[in-house]
Design a protein around this ligand. Structure first.
Ligand SMILES: [Zn+2]
Length: 183
């Protein structure tokens, strides 16, 4: 580790704590579930969806539909679920990860999402990769600064490389209001 990276990691540990706390509060409000059941109102639901994230064009071709113009077909990421239904992803702090890292696309996944009744868009809350019968939580980690991130980029703190992190998750770690998808 260079001196500057070590120095930065100390500074960032302090400055990032605030954003981590704010992020945690936002997740709790949006139904992360670790602090109790997510509120289930008719306006918005928390769902565990299983399938693969693909571009809209790839997903439409998979179900035998016309893919449309290339800018829309390639510019929107969707979850194609195991029933063949398409769920467009909201591109925000968590959903953006699927635009930035090809390794997350075209592989078996579960997404914990929020969806409003009036919108087909799903807001990604947590991402689980399914490998060898195991559910693995997906995020990114900087080994220097020991901070978590949710998209592939340079570390927010030391500007060094970060790594894709996969950690096993049990059914009991999921929000109690969300039924695990059938295997
Ligand atoms: Zn770092």
């Amino acid at each position: 580790m260079t001196f500057s990276r070590r120095f930065l990691s100390g500074v960032c540990a302090l400055t990032l704590w605030g954003s981590w706390a704010a992020g945690g509060a936002a997740l709790a409000q949006s139904g992360d579930g670790k602090n109790g059941p997510a509120p289930q109102s008719p306006a918005a639901k928390t769902l565990l969806l299983r399938g693969q994230v693909l571009s809209l064009g790839q997903a439409l071709r998979r179900i035998g539909a016309a893919a449309g113009d290339e800018d829309q077909a390639a510019g929107q990421m969707v979850l194609l679920d195991t029933r063949g239904h398409i769920h467009p992803l909201l591109k925000d702090a968590r959903g953006r990860g699927f635009w930035k890292d090809r390794r997350l696309r075209g592989v078996p996944l579960e997404l914990l999402v929020r969806q409003r009744a009036a919108s087909p868009y799903v807001q990604v809350i947590r991402v689980f990769m399914l490998k060898d019968g195991k559910r693995l939580e997906v995020d990114y980690w900087c080994d220097i600064c020991a901070i978590v991130m949710y998209e592939l980029k340079e570390c927010e703190c030391c500007q060094g490389p970060i790594r894709l992190r996969l950690r096993p998750v049990r059914d009991s770690d999921l929000p109690s209001s969300v039924a695990p998808a059938p295997r």
